[in-house]
Design a protein around this ligand. Structure first.
Ligand code: PLP
Length: 375
């Protein structure tokens, strides 16, 4: 793969294929697969990820907001797209672009039925989300009678699926809580199946749900972070390959004497002779100030180099005192080493945040190896 001559986020579609195939080994051939491509496909590139997922045979895609779904439709993506958090002002666009809304409350269900009727729709596909313990979005079980009544008064919509979301599927210390969410979802499913004149399909598991709770796979699973190469667990991570690698190169090397400082506000002062490298990325690229002052650590020729001083808008400085490196040499901010999980841990956060935080200023480069990796 080409050496970085500027800051780029390299997106490896062969790694995506590996992760997809690995996740598929975890589920039955009858279980549908939804690829979550919200937030620019976790900060990578939604269109190329979605196109690859379609080619691999994914059944569904999901985005958070309507405009994300519109971009996929504009790129020619034809498979069903679930919009996880649609806003009422976007309902006309949802219908015009054949997107499928998650409806999670009386208010939003009523508004969508009104929009579907205004567009003279018949059995427009909708998905109902139930709250089973996350307490974020979703109807509660007690809402079922009024949902069923509302649905019986219109032919404009049809409930294609019901679903819920797990709060702590990656945390086995919360196993009892998760099992209770699964139980609640089963109870809700039974009530819905009994009350509607048709049977919607069911889905509950995210990536860690796929891995840790086979009994929660139902008719479809929804994976985001796993597709991008993370298993939310040190051992499980070994089965995945990170899709995104944030690469850059050294703009300038400085040799500093003891007591010289580095960067704004002189946040770092060395007590010995050091060698520093200045890199062309900063908080405007998504490497926030929380990564400064030793919290974030990048890799130069395989060796770890901590960020020193404060993160600037367009630059960071790293300590390369013991590393044989020159101006123009490649630097890996995260990828295989350090992984986004390891890089994020320095600033007390998680892979999801560092990946989705890489700003649109960073050029995305799509790579695909000729020979796919067999698992
Ligand atoms: C983001 C999201 C997912 C994906 O979760 P991962 O942990 O990334 O697999 C699945 N379902 C819903 C409702 C989500 O919002």
């Amino acid at each position: 793969m080409a050496k970085a001559q500027e800051t780029v986020l390299e997106i490896n579609l062969t790694a995506l294929e590996h992760n997809y195939r690995y996740l598929k080994t975890k589920i039955s051939s009858k279980t549908k697969f939804l690829g979550v491509v919200k937030a620019f496909a976790y900060g990578s590139d939604a269109v190329s990820i979605a196109q690859k997922l379609v080619a691999l045979g994914a059944d569904y895609l999901a985005v958070a907001y309507t405009e994300e779904g519109v971009s996929l439709r504009n790129a020619g993506i034809k498979i069903p797209i679930l919009v996880l958090h649609p806003q009422i002002v976007s309902f006309d666009t949802i219908i015009e672009r054949c997107l499928e809304p998650n409806l999670y409350s009386e208010r939003i269900l009523t508004a969508f039925i009104t929009a579907a009727e205004r567009h003279q729709q018949k059995i427009y596909p909708i998905h109902l989300k139930f709250n089973t313990g996350l307490n974020r979005l979703g109807f509660n079980a007690k809402d079922i009678p009024s949902i069923v009544k509302k649905l019986s008064e219109t032919t404009a919509v049809k409930v294609l699926s019901i679903f819920s979301h797990l709060a702590a599927s990656e945390d086995l210390e919360e196993k009892d809580f998760t099992l209770n969410q699964i139980k609640n979802f089963n109870i809700i499913s039974t009530q819905i199946d009994a009350a509607l004149p048709y049977i919607p399909f069911k889905h509950l598991a995210n990536t860690s749900g796929i891995i840790n709770y086979p009994e929660a796979h139902f008719d479809m699973v929804r994976s985001g972070i796993g597709l991008y190469g993370f298993g939310n667990d040190i051992d499980e991570d070994k089965n995945f390959i990170p899709v995104a690698t944030l690469k850059t190169n050294i703009s300038q090397i400085h040799y500093l004497e003891p007591n010289e400082s580095v960067g704004y506000n002189r946040a770092f002062t060395s007590n010995k002779k050091i060698k520093t490298a200045t890199l062309p990325l900063g908080h405007a690229d998504g490497i926030g100030r929380e990564y400064g002052n030793g919290k974030g650590v990048v890799c130069v020729h395989g060796y770890y180099a901590p960020i020193i001083g404060n993160t600037c808008m367009d630059m960071i400085m790293v300590d390369v005192t013991d590393i044989d490196c020159s101006e123009g040499d490649e630097v890996i901010v995260f990828g295989n080493k350090p992984t986004a999980t390891e890089f994020a841990a320095g600033a007390n956060t998680i892979s999801y945040e560092v990946l989705t935080g890489i700003s649109q200023r960073v050029k995305r480069v799509i790579v695909e190896q000729q020979n796919s990796i067999n698992i």
